[in-house]
Design a protein around this ligand. Structure first.
Ligand code: RP5
Length: 169
């Protein structure tokens, strides 16, 4: 899924990560921000990962959202290769339920930052929203959309509360 001049790159280590990482794509689509999604692995296709990460910025990509499970080195390798901001999403792919990926993604050595989100779908969603907040620093229209997004969330909480009041114990 490669769009023209996408602003955001969403990377994942395997197609088994798609169900979670598509949450990031859904948010970007909702905000009408262009993105591309691809499978590339730090371990299984290191050359492909390097080629993508080293050329993304010159193609116009501004932010990378990178999801991986297990011994999740993808976000770190991409952050080491590219100078773009990298948002890491740890995924639950093993018996350790994502704790392995969380530690591998968040515990970067000083000098190579990866902005690490929560494990799983919430992380993928927040990864996209974090990317939008960065892009919105130079895009007033996007900023306004983010303000409206928050307002809708607040309205939903009030609706949930109203529904809760109707429940019988
Ligand atoms: C990681 O290994 C991927 O990001 C995925 O979460 C995990 C398992 O990959 P598959 O064996 O399903 O391809 O590199």
């Amino acid at each position: 899924m490669i769009n023209d001049a996408p602003l955001v790159g969403i990377l994942m280590g395997s197609d088994s990560d798609w169900e979670v990482m598509k949450e990031a794509g859904k948010v970007l689509k909702e905000f009408n921000v262009s993105f591309e999604m691809l499978v590339t692995s730090a371990h299984r296709t290191p050359e492909r990962t390097h080629a993508y990460a080293s050329s993304a910025q010159s193609r116009g990509v501004r932010i990378l959202i990178v999801g991986a499970g297990a011994a999740a080195h993808l976000a770190g390798v991409v952050a080491a290769t590219s100078n773009l901001p990298v948002i890491g999403v740890p995924l639950a792919a093993t018996e350790l339920q994502g704790m392995d990926a969380l530690l591998a993604t968040v515990q970067m050595p000083g000098g190579i930052p990866v902005a690490t989100m929560a494990i799983g779908k919430a992380g993928a969603k927040n990864g996209a929203l974090f990317a939008l907040r960065i892009l919105a620093l130079q895009d007033a229209n996007l900023q306004e959309k983010l303000v409206q997004y928050k307002a809708r969330m607040a309205e939903e909480v009030l609706l949930k509360n109203e529904r809760l009041q109707q429940r019988e114990i």
